[in-house]
Design a protein around this ligand. Structure first.
Ligand SMILES: Nc1ncnc2c1ncn2[C@@H]1O[C@H](COP(=O)(O)OP(=O)(O)OP(=O)(O)O)[C@@H](O)[C@H]1O
Ligand SMILES: [Mg+2]
Length: 510
């Protein structure tokens, strides 16, 4: 939804007797722009309150935005009413205002822990639903007492649209005029705006100013740097980890079947496919035993496709408050969508959205799973989901039904050929020339080993070699192999069970 559309939707809410509107956002300047934009038209007075300043008339002048850090210094602000910094006093003063107005309360929700403040707020809301004034409560993540939650309406202020970002960037560039060189054409500016999707206006401004001032110019290279900065911003936000293609060195041995499938699926992202109105591939589920390269496969897909990899940390979605976890999930996928085309990786999906925990957590994982399924079904952006799972019995059967994922793959223990490839990858990673080793012998002795176990064996033998002050050789690796009991032996039953179910239902990655 564009910003003007948001403004008119907000106007409708105000006009339709809503006593309180809640906006969850950190972007106060956009709340300000929203309220001003809506109220200038309707000619309704606007007040704002914060614990620091108290209650004051809002500037309400679009040409003099004091919130804007690039506004000229010394911009005047209206005086606050005396003795209104206390939330209770503020609410009482608000009740005394005799004409229709909007009262914007910043970061007010935490004060509602006080019963008297909460009660007073309810009374204000009830009064307002008769006299057409409206409270606007904004803050980062707002949790309201239940009886108040029932009396408010939530307004979803989406992240900035490209045109808002464009405007914010232009403002910064203008303010830096003379100090920097602009080496971007129209295409470059569009790429810059694209790279900033998912950021707030403040973040976008800072990032652009930094990129420009760092080397005195704004050039195509900056787009890359901005993507890196975005990785950091996403990480700080806590729900998604972002790994850009150039920082993703994953190397996967074997998995030929999967690699083949992926090469074909890739055309689904091409402009030609788009021209034919074909939907982009939705995603895959990779099931298999521990340490056999499921996570590595997810990383490899993003690297091969040269797409950003976004890892959804499902554990961090959880919140003790009802509804918050689903909200976190929405926020995470919305952020992911701003990065499209991208690979969204949900590791060990059964742990966060599985079945067993559904009673223990009051159905939270079920609800989260429901949100995920709906999104998977409806998503329009080119986000390719790679979900991985160890334990089939924990996965809700709905997820395994045909049509949810494009394909479900099963990863078994690596065969001879794959073990040879894995051995070589890990020897080379640790600066060893595979030609110095008896590979056929190593392939033979590591029968039943997972990729992770092979990697561990190589590492162990290298430590031993350093300790014995001699070069590592086949014997040392074999020794390490003999000292290891692989999962395929210690957990033979589990493996057989998984294999029996998976082999007939899913496609092998080989
Ligand atoms: N096919 C492979 N090629 C190269 N390395 C591999 C392969 N399989 C596993 N490895 C090595 O084992 C490590 C662990 O693999 P990975 O984390 O991908 O396994 P997983 O199947 O996700 O296991 P888990 O179920 O424990 O999460 C990898 O970091 C990699 O070094
Ligand atoms: Mg894994």
């Amino acid at each position: 939804m564009s910003f003007p559309a948001s403004i008119s939707q907000f106007q409708t809410l105000v006009m339709s007797f809503h006593g309180a509107i809640v906006i969850e956002t950190v972007e106060e300047e956009r709340v300000q722009a929203l309220i001003n934009g809506a109220m200038n038209d309707l000619q309704i007075a606007v007040f704002e309150w914060s614990a620091a300043r108290g209650l004051a008339r809002s500037q309400g002048n679009v040409h003099n935005r004091w919130q804007n850090e690039y506004a000229p210094p010394g911009t005047q602000r209206p005086q606050a009413l005396p003795d209104t910094t206390d939330p209770l006093d503020a609410l009482r003063s608000i009740q005394d205002v005799a004409f229709q107005a909007i009262f914007w309360l910043k970061d007010f929700a935490p004060h509602l822990k006080d019963d008297v403040v909460a009660r007073q707020l309810r009374e204000v809301i009830q009064q307002f639903s008769h006299n057409r004034s409206t409270l606007v409560i904004s803050g980062h993540s707002i949790t309201l007492p239940r009886d108040i939650a029932q009396e408010v309406v939530y307004f979803d202020l989406k992240l900035p649209e490209p045109d808002e970002l464009y405007q914010a960037i232009s403002e910064v560039v203008r303010s830096l005029k003379g100090r920097i060189k602009i080496e971007l054409q129209n295409d470059g500016i569009n790429a810059l705006v694209q790279a900033m999707r998912g950021m707030t206006l403040q973040q976008a401004r800072k990032v652009v100013a930094f990129a420009a001032l760092e080397d005195g110019k704004l050039c195509p290279e900056d787009v890359k740097r901005i993507l890196q900065r975005k990785a950091q911003v996403l990480h700080e936000d806590g729900l998604l980890d972002y790994i850009p293609p150039e920082m993703n060195p994953a190397q996967l041995g074997g998995f030929d079947g999967l690699k083949c499938w992926l090469a074909r699926a890739r055309v689904g992202f091409s402009t030609q496919a788009k021209a034919f109105n074909l939907p982009a591939p939705r995603g895959i589920l990779i099931v298999g035993i521990q340490g056999c390269g499921k996570s590595l496969a997810a990383k490899t897909i993003a690297r091969e496709w040269q797409m950003p990899l976004l890892k959804l940390d499902a554990g961090r979605l959880y919140d003790k408050y009802v509804g918050e976890s689903e909200k976190n999930f929405r926020r995470a996928v919305t952020l992911a969508e701003t990065m499209a085309p991208a690979v969204l990786w949900i590791d060990e999906i059964e742990k966060s959205m599985g079945q067993s925990s559904s009673d223990a957590d009051g159905g939270l994982s079920r609800r989260l799973f429901g949100s995920f399924l709906t999104w998977l079904q409806e998503k329009s952006e080119a986000i390719f989901v790679v979900a991985t799972a160890n334990d089939l019995s924990q996965i809700p059967p709905e997820l395994l039904r045909k049509g949810r994922f494009d394909e479900i793959f099963f990863v078994d223990l690596p065969d001879d050929q794959e073990r040879a490839a894995i051995l070589q990858i890990h020897l080379m990673r640790h600066k060893q020339d595979p030609r110095r080793f008896d590979l056929p012998l190593l392939v033979q002795v590591t029968d039943g080993f997972s990729g992770a176990e092979i990697e561990q064996v190589i590492i162990t033998s290298l430590y031993q070699a350093i300790y014995e002050k001699r070069p590592v050789n086949t014997d040392l690796v074999v020794e390490a192999v003999k000292a290891t009991v692989p999962l395929s032996i210690s957990r033979r039953e589990d493996l057989h069970r998984l294999r029996a179910i998976a082999q007939e239902r899913f496609v092998s990655v080989k």
